[in-house]
Design a protein around this ligand. Structure first.
Ligand code: MN
Ligand code: MN
Ligand code: MN
Length: 290
């Protein structure tokens, strides 16, 4: 069993990168990819701990991108990139730095808007929740819960942080096709994350996949933990049509937080270790051809 999609405290997960590896080993996983949002920050620590634990490790990232031409809700396309290394310099690292600054600025704006709505939240409380990570909505949500403005993270989102709510601020994002090219240029294998979450409908997901396949998409996350059987089946059909790898993962963020437990994929499926070989091969293929 492996898990190709999880988060640590380098982004919006609860556990430190090392602790995620320890949990994975404790659960009996054979391999894991850490895919924090818009950062390579947790990879070095995770890779070192995974090596000590005898756990196969693949460097990853999850980029939030904006799919042009779609309305906002459907425009938020997440891409996973596999085979990235923490020392990768160049355009991907520069993009991560820009995104980090954008998140810090967005957190300031969210707090200001919440204050204008009568919520006495201060930026320091959000920063304390974020720790070393760039502050995001989950951190604002946890700070709202800690301050008594919501009874739980889900309520904090619904009441304060979703589009239309007082604290919502859109996040500046990379354009989706450009992000696929950025990952390819960094020697990573780009994978379309959780298509079932996109609210694009079947034809919209199919059109998106076709467009991204032309840019060098390597895989589609068919076995995302929260996909329905129908959503997973659609992804598998698209994978066959475009010769994409069918990947999967739990989207673990910490016990009791968004996502499932490490190793839990759609339909209780256990992904084979060979998928990590295939992703590494796909990541290297373009780099070798370039
Ligand atoms: Mn997240
Ligand atoms: Mn995502
Ligand atoms: Mn994720």
């Amino acid at each position: 069993m492996i898990d190709l999609h999880c988060h640590s405290s380098a982004s919006d997960g609860v556990l430190a990168p090392e602790a995620v590896m320890e949990r994975a080993a404790g659960l009996g996983l054979a391999g894991i990819a850490l895919t924090d949002h818009d950062t390579l920050g947790g990879l070095a620590q995770a890779r070192a701990r995974a090596r000590q634990l005898g756990l196969r490790f693949l460097g990853g990232i999850e980029l939030s991108t904006c799919w042009e031409g779609a309305d906002h809700a459907a425009g938020d396309v997440h891409l996973l990139g596999y085979g990235v290394h923490e020392n990768a310099g160049g355009a991907l690292a520069a993009a991560c730095r820009r995104l980090r600054r954008a998140r810090a600025e967005r957190a300031r704006l969210m707090v200001r808007q919440l204050q204008a709505a009568g919520v006495g939240l201060v930026l320091e409380a959000v920063r304390a929740e974020a720790g070393a990570a760039a502050p995001g909505r989950p951190h604002v949500a946890r700070a709202l819960v800690a301050g008594g403005w919501a009874s739980g993270v889900a309520e904090a989102f619904q009441r304060w942080l979703v589009p239309g709510a007082a604290g919502y601020v859109p996040l500046a994002k990379l354009e989706t096709r450009a992000a696929v090219r950025l990952l390819r240029a960094a020697g990573a294998a780009p994978v379309l994350a959780h298509p079932g979450r996109l609210r694009l409908g079947e034809s919209g997901v199919a059109a998106l996949t076709t467009a991204l396949a032309e840019e060098g998409l390597a895989g589609i996350e068919a076995h995302w933990g929260q996909h329905s059987p129908a959503e997973a089946a659609l992804c598998l059909r698209l994978a066959t049509r475009h010769r994409l790898l069918a990947t999967g993962g739990s989207d673990f963020h910490g016990a009791g937080h968004a996502g499932l437990e490490l190793g839990e994929c759609a339909g209780g499926r256990a992904l084979p270790l060979t998928l990590m070989d295939q992703l590494e091969h796909a990541a290297g293929a373009r780099a070798r051809a370039a």
